[in-house]
Design a binder for this molecule. Structure first.
Ligand code: SF4
Ligand code: SF4
Length: 501
């Protein structure tokens, strides 16, 4: 219908002097944008299919291509933007929910960028990480209580289960099914080499990855896909997913078309069946119910593994976290509203939840006030983009961070935000064999190692600059942060002073 025609969002610009009609772009584009026109003897493009993933631009041997934002526009209207109008047309045409992927792209405040880090000058000298030891090792879990045995010796047999991280960065939950086998292999191998952990997400653990179990966090989500005793035994920790930052309050849905082969086997559901995760866990309607699941999982694994409870950052997150800490969980993972996802309703992704910075500060403060902060560790995620974000998160009160989008970028993701289509040209968010093989796990693993190692080096330099030589000394040290351009209320919630104070 003419009313539904929308001019393409992007234009493919092909330099005719450079294009040699090698047809690489045609072969590389799973969205079928490029085609060789036999009649005209040249390449042409169907721009309506372009998602701006840059695959063709990156692989064109003569640098003949660029993708530009279309300047076609609706009449200017600050209220009814072109995107808003286009979305109304799409819904009026389809009657369906708008779907998107990756994190919230809206211009809400990024509080990481409104906080600045301290550095020592003259007194309290800085530390040179190249010459002096700098500790980035972190233990996650309930802090041990010092107890003595009858002979007066300190007991070492009463330590709560811990996760030991060489760097304060872990790879966040991404399920096999939402991302490819090769992406999972890259994450598993990199986590092992870095001395940290990756997370299965809710899709179960492929049998090939059991050897990486000591560096794997196995997730138990509301769909309970792939959960059985060996799976729980395989991981170093178990994560109960109560919520996800990109889509708080709703469940998940992996279409039956994607439940094929090993994915069906790993999820333990028949091929072609939709994998629907309910919004709530059907056995959890209170903190007492959550406590039962926490202790069931501990019991099933002989109390040897820490249990993580992952929640989305929502309005009353501090009170929820307080309950989670009392449920017996060893670690609370909080996922902010910019967290990524393989697929989410656009309206939920863009409008539900709160920024992770405010959630973290309020949770850390509440647990301290209630004197239960040492009962749990706090891990935060939801758009941790750099080592500076990591340092700021730890100074605000986190013990460690989860990264996912940054890790996918390291693997080649170009943030085209169309993972839900399953045609990821970079071999990440796809199960199509010809696309999956584009991601070489050797290269992927090395790039993840490079990224986290570089961040770790920068973390040490920033800590050294502050005159701090361990993550433990930085944790919750909000004096190391100052705000810029924040209201008094925002500063109060973040628990930091304004720059100049
Ligand atoms: S990859 Fe580059 S040179 Fe080859 S057909 Fe496409 S635009 Fe032309
Ligand atoms: S994972 Fe692939 S489909 Fe998803 S945003 Fe990145 S490049 Fe696009």
């Amino acid at each position: 219908m003419a009313i539904d025609f929308l001019y393409p969002e992007y234009e493919v610009v092909r330099n005719p002097d450079r294009c040699i009609a090698c047809r690489v772009c045609e072969r590389q584009c799973a969205n079928e944008v490029h085609r060789f026109d036999e009649e005209r003897g040249r390449m042409i493009a169907d721009e309506s299919k372009c998602v701006n993933c840059h695959r063709c631009v990156s692989l064109c041997p003569t640098r003949a291509l660029k993708i530009v934002k279309s300047d076609h526009t609706f009449r200017e209207n600050a209220n009814w933007t072109g995107q808003t109008i286009a979305e109304v047309y799409r819904q009026a045409s389809s009657g369906g929910v708008l779907l998107s992927s990756m994190g919230n792209p809206k211009p809400y405040p990024v509080y990481w960028d409104k906080m600045l880090i301290n550095a020592s000058q003259v007194t309290n000298p800085s530390i040179d990480p190249l010459r002096e030891p700098m500790e980035t090792k972190v233990f996650l879990g309930k802090k041990p209580q010092l107890e003595r045995d009858q002979a007066g010796n300190i007991r070492t047999d009463n330590l709560p289960p811990q996760l030991e991280l060489e760097v304060p960065v872990m790879f966040s939950a991404m399920s096999y099914g939402s991302i490819s086998y090769n992406a999972h292999e890259s994450l598993a191998r990199a986590a092992t080499a870095l001395g940290t952990y990756y997370n299965t997400g809710e899709g179960g653990l492929h049998e090939d990855f059991y050897p990486y179990g000591p560096h794997t966090i196995v997730q138990v989500a509301s769909g309970r896909f792939g959960v059985y005793k060996d799976y729980l035994e395989a991981g170093a920790a178990i994560e109960i997913k109560m919520g996800q930052g990109a889509k708080p309050g709703i469940g998940g849905h992996l279409p039956g078309a994607k439940i094929v082969g090993d994915i069906s086997k790993t999820r333990m559901i028949p091929e072609g069946t939709d994998a629907i995760s309910p919004a709530p866990h059907h056995d959890i309607y209170s903190i007492e119910d959550l406590r039962q699941l926490v202790y069931s999982l501990k019991e099933a694994t002989d109390y040897r593994k820490p249990v993580i409870v992952k929640i989305a950052a929502v309005h009353n997150v501090a009170a929820i976290a307080s309950g989670v800490a009392r449920s017996g969980a060893d670690i609370i993972a909080i996922d902010g509203f910019r967290g990524g996802t393989g697929a989410a309703p656009t309206r939920i992704r863009d409008n539900v939840g709160i920024p992770i910075e405010l959630a973290l500060a309020s949770v850390d403060e509440r647990l301290r006030q209630e004197k239960i902060r040492d009962n749990v560790s706090i891990v935060v995620g939801g758009s941790i983009r750099s080592s500076a974000d990591v340092v700021k998160a730890i100074a605000l009160g986190a013990d460690a961070v989860y990264i996912a989008t940054s890790a996918l970028l390291a693997l080649g993701c170009h943030l085209c935000r169309s993972c839900q289509a399953g045609r990821c040209n970079w071999g990440i968010a796809t199960q199509r064999p010809e696309l999956v093989k584009r991601l070489n796990p050797d290269i992927g693993c090395q790039r993840l190692i490079n990224l986290v190692s570089a961040w770790n080096h920068e973390i040490k330099e920033m800590m050294g600059g502050m005159g701090i030589n361990s993550i433990e000394a930085l944790r919750g040290n909000r004096l190391m942060l100052r705000g810029v351009g924040l209201t008094d209320r925002e500063l109060a919630i973040l628990g930091i002073k304004h720059a100049g104070e």
